[in-house]
Design a protein around this ligand. Sequence first.
Ligand code: LLP
Length: 429
Amino acid sequence: MLHENLSVKNGRLHFAGYDTIELCERYQTPLMLLDENMIRSNMALYKSVISEFFPAGSMPLYASKALSFKEMYRICKDEGIGTDIVSIGELYTAISAGFPLERAFFHGNNKLDSDIEFAIDNGLGYFIVDTYDELYAIDRIAKEKSIVQKLLLRLTPGIDPHTHAAISTGKVDSKFGTAIETGQALEIVKVALSLENVKLCGFHCHIGSQIFEISPFCNASDIMLDFINQTRKEFGFVPEYLNLGGGFGVRYVESHGTIDIRQAIKDIASHVKAKCQEYNLEMPKILFEPGRSIVAAAGMTLYTVGSIKEIKGYKNYVSIDGGMTDNPRYALYQSDYTVLTANKMDEPTNYTATIAGRCCESGDLIQEDVQIAKPTRGDKLAVLVTGAYNYSMASNYNKVARPPIVMLGKTDRVVVKRETLEHLTALDV
Ligand code: LLP
């Protein structure tokens, strides 16, 4: 099947060794499941491969924007990896989970003074700084608090990785980072080195997401190392860290490719090594920020089929008890998903269905014209590979409550509770 955590027994879909229909009965739908073993082994794989091929101190930082709740940070802590956070909301969640903040890297293109202060007060490891305003603000706030704050500068290497435009971030005109091509990156390094209350520890780039080729990463690392060679010449500055961001692709449907993470990291490492030798540079510690490739395939969402509407000669709408409120990715990016009828896995998939959510919004679809078993009200639909950027992008549009998340490990356990009607009105005055 699509991923190794899926199997079929007695016509029922099993996930991470659990019978999905039993889980639907126990927890009700919509329901989000996570395969703990897959999350942990993905983290462990990144950790071991990075430490095998890069200098000591190199490590993966889980990009927690992909899926952020307390247990995820506990797992990161347990697996001994770092984390990339992008808001004080994510930071607060990490703190609440007891995550060691010296391994937290704070991203974002518009950190407020209050964010900076909160992070410093809580002992954040590193800021990843986008531009001048932020750099000056961190220096000022660090000075008020009589500390020297460590940071990396986010640079845009000018790479187009041929992914969806909305998730391509390394191009010069991106809202993120400071451009190398325009000379501004060199200027900001000079400023960072001149400030007394910040310590420049490295450079960062992230070229985009859902990338299956190695070459964009190699090209980006070339540009970053060229840049490091330049900062050495200009300022005698060689950074401790080079952060190459996240972006490794994940297989959502059979026709998608796959990427062998071990091979990819190994290939990038030999590329970086060769470039460092060419410049006679000591290889910096390398950081990666994988999000999707850690959690996506470890997630599944289960729904119950409700109304079925067949418009003769047009479309068959199969409505489910969730939709864009728990998975907005089709509405936003026309993303591909695999949809299976979890209780009819032995039946032929000869029914063409458009899977529709419950929102008052025509675009509230999970997938259009997919082949499933002939549906009846009450069937359970499984949407695969929903671990990344689903729950973290969920909303309460139409006052729809978000599903719970159940972690499937040695036992099954609720790690995020189902939202209730009380939660939905909790902030209303
Ligand atoms: N590092 C930085 C600085 C990022 O901006 C991102 C993702 C990552 C790491 C993690 O990338 P990953 O390994 O997950 O590809 N909502 C979109 C994806 C947005 C990605 C944003 N940045 C989606 O649903 O496809």
